[in-house]
Design a protein around this ligand. Structure first.
Ligand SMILES: *Cc1c(COP(=O)(O)O)cnc(C)c1O
Length: 369
């Protein structure tokens, strides 16, 4: 069993070093908040905590309102698809990686009238193509991911907002790997999703849909996906988890964490390249906290990931879409400090040597296989 977090007296967490996109490393105070006894989602305390949590999330994201759902990010994205299904208007899904493709798939499952515009892995979204498609006025919504977590590309929110504004369409955004990780404002974004267990460095289990306009209940939708039901309840219409909410509240108190993680990411990038890794997303469009790597030949990403895991360093490498492309990822979405970067680089360097990759000079990438 993988131990995700072992508290130490100073509040930091001992190995394994966690560079996963989730579940992420958790701070001791977050863990302690989670361990408080559960309280009823109908109690006064819960209602008050819920109100505060909502306000803090809205402030963080620059949104008017937020609904909290018990489930992972996919659930929140399904709730967005459910809202889009109500208008029966045509829309555009933009994709440049696994998670954009998933939005397209969710749109398809909901029977949304839509077209999908794709660009390659590690590339920016097809903004020009989208602008041309939107100019005819036949698409009324745009749906895209903010950070494409599979490639580490941070999509251009300003460009997406201007596409939406200029075409008079609604913008829907998956901010699941940017909420709490990079600063942004949802002004001009109609619906957006986020989660507790990635950039906010808490436990997985809560997901959010931010919205700018009031949402009315829609009896045609499945109850659990009807954001209007949530919006019209004093707290949550269904059973929730006070433990997850308390943990999230504690993680929101750790306001300095995102800046530190971005700094760590900026420092790691050139040094990973110096070890011979090729970074999939160019610097200009890369998220500072999601770094997707091709290992230097002849170390296959999966073998490297397995070896590091056996040494207590957790990288993301097991997802199908990574294995297929010989990729692995360093994610800085949880609790990190700058020393962890040194320990990661040492572990990588050692593992490369053990896999016979050390004789390869920097920049000699394995490339896609
Ligand atoms: C993690 C993630 C999701 C949701 O995935 P779950 O498997 O439901 O946790 C969706 N979009 C992006 C961009 C993500 O990073």
């Amino acid at each position: 069993m993988i131990e995700l977090a072992r508290p130490e007296p100073d509040g930091a967490f001992a190995p394994p070093l966690n560079f996963l996109p989730g579940p992420v490393g958790i701070h001791r105070t977050v863990h302690e908040a989670f361990c408080q006894p559960a309280v009823s989602h109908r109690s006064e305390v819960f209602l008050e905590d819920f109100r505060i949590l909502r306000r803090r999330l809205c402030e963080l994201a620059g949104a008017q309102q937020v609904q909290l759902l018990l489930g992972s990010g996919t659930l929140a994205n399904d709730a967005v698809a459910a809202q889009l299904s109500l208008s029966r208007e045509r829309g555009l899904v933009l994709a440049n990686g696994e998670f954009g493709e998933r939005l397209a798939e969710q749109a398809r499952r909901f029977g949304l009238e839509h077209r999908v515009l794709v660009s390659g892995w590690g590339q920016p979204l097809p903004y020009d193509q989208a602008r041309r498609a939107l100019s005819a006025g036949r698409f009324r919504w745009i749906w895209a991911v903010h950070c494409e977590t599979s490639t580490g590309v941070l999509n251009d929110l300003a460009a997406l907002k201007s596409l939406a504004r200029d075409s008079g369409s609604r913008l829907c955004l998956d901010c699941i790997s940017t909420l709490g990780a990079v600063p942004f404002s949802l002004e001009g974004v109609d619906l957006a999703t986020g989660v507790s267990g990635k950039g906010l460095a808490s436990y997985p289990g809560l997901s959010f849909v931010f919205h700018q306009r009031p949402i009315e209940p829609a009896p045609a939708l499945p109850r659990y996906l009807d954001l209007g039901l949530y919006a019209h309840s004093p707290a949550t219409p269904f059973t929730s988890s006070s433990n997850l909410m308390a943990a999230l509240g504690a993680s929101l108190d750790r306001a300095g964490a995102p800046r530190l993680r971005a700094e760590l990411g900026r420092r790691l990038r050139p040094r990973l390249e110096a070890l011979g890794f090729t970074i999939l997303a160019p610097l200009a469009i890369g998220s500072p906290v999601v770094i997707t790597l091709h290992p230097p030949r002849p170390a296959p990403a999966f073998d490297l990931g397995t070896l590091l895991e056996s040494r207590g360093v957790l990288l993301s490498y097991r997802s199908d879409y990574l294995v297929r492309r010989n990729l692995l990822q360093v994610c800085l979405l949880g609790e990190h400090d700058l020393q962890q970067g040194e320990r990661l680089l040492d572990a990588l360097s050692e593992a490369l040597t053990d896999l016979g990759a050390s004789r390869y000079t920097p920049g000699n990438s394995g490339g896609p296989r």
